[in-house]
Design a protein around this ligand. Sequence first.
Ligand SMILES: Cc1cc2nc3c(=O)[nH]c(=O)nc-3n(C[C@H](O)[C@H](O)[C@H](O)COP(=O)(O)OP(=O)(O)OC[C@H]3O[C@@H](n4cnc5c(N)ncnc54)[C@H](O)[C@@H]3O)c2cc1C
Length: 408
Amino acid sequence: MSIGPIVIVGGGHAAAALCAALAEAGEGGRVHLVSAENDLPYQRPPLSKGFLKKADEAIAHHKAAAWYAEQGIQTHLGDPVVAIEREAQRVLLRSGAALVYQHLVLATGTRARTLDALPPRLHNVHVLREAPDARALRTRLSEMVTTGRRLTVLGGGFIGLELAASARQLGLEVAVLEVAPRLLGRSVSALLAEHVLAHHRGMGTEVQIGVRIEGFEIQGDRLASMQVGGSRMAVDELVLGIGAVPETRLAVACGLAVDNGVLVDAGLRTSDPAILAIGDCAAFLTVDGARLRLESVQNANDQARSASATLLGREEPYRALPWFWSEQGPMRLQMAGLLPPTSETVRRVGANAGSFTLFHLQDSLLRCAESVNAPMDHMMSRKLIEAGVPVDRTALADPAIPLKSLLG
Ligand SMILES: Cc1cc2nc3c(=O)[nH]c(=O)nc-3n(C[C@H](O)[C@H](O)[C@H](O)COP(=O)(O)OP(=O)(O)OC[C@H]3O[C@@H](n4cnc5c(N)ncnc54)[C@H](O)[C@@H]3O)c2cc1C
């Protein structure tokens, strides 16, 4: 096993989980955590949910500053890495500092996608990715509650829809515009997307799908209106919820293999074995040999654990089952597995009013499950997918038959 410094670039979920895994192995003293953010790693999911609704809610740090000090982890906050020198095995920070590494781990996540047609820094156009975005947006939303202005969300993906639901719960008028013919792109089934659409309309949000955005009218430092499907739509405040792009600029600049994410092997090693990549920025190999890049807390946490094993000289290939959750007002979605291109779908009514799970099967094997307010069924679905045993459709659909009994 090697004994040199491990430099982690990034201060998000993957970086925090890797710090925890290395500290648990007694290796904290080798670790440098370098983050572009001023805050220590914190939970990102609340930023589009509870955090926006409670004026006094603080961000939730993974660990306090004292913990990093106790573990011997050196933190470098608000000081992004600006270059990787692979030959010298060192990184340069914006402050001018240089850190030598034996192993480097890229955990740089994603950055919010923006629109070329919109000039940067318009006063009433926002993205939601990091704590400063959420703090600014929370202030703006609370002003809007008193002034009665409308929030427009461009994009019907998870973050846009969570934000729309939070804003509705605050009492704001909200419009969601989605260019695609359905919400949530291809990350959920068409059946679930229909349910989500009805849920948001039921909450009083104006949701338009399949819209054409033909232009933007800028006045000074504000977006005044948009041309939508031939009509002019006035804009009070706009949030861009149009997805994220993997933050691979450092990797590209130092010549690592990149294709919609930093390419990694089963041990999370990049094309340079001294450099690993984990979390949202990494495009990994699935058991079927396909390339996949996921944006989820599960993926960040589990890849951090596999990367820690690689760094400690054990080989524990990344094979974790993907799962995800999203809270949109009173609706909690939980997904397990990956939606196959074609599947047979079975619906099971859940224990709570209006709750259900959609099971997607291929050749009698459960590949993916989508639960709405059915947390116990979600948990059992994960076990059923992992077990890889054939399941009976009739039994799956019957809420009187416990899912546990199908495990065999
Ligand atoms: C508002 C919001 C809500 C979400 N809700 C959910 C949810 O409900 N469920 C779920 O599973 N997932 C959710 N996600 C996604 C989840 O947060 C991400 O998948 C997860 O944060 C990925 O972790 P990561 O460490 O790979 O990247 P990130 O957490 O994005 O961290 C990347 C870090 O790298 C830093 N960085 C980038 N470049 C540099 C550099 N050059 N030098 C130093 N540091 C750098 C960034 O500043 C950042 O700190 C949500 C995301 C957002 C933004």
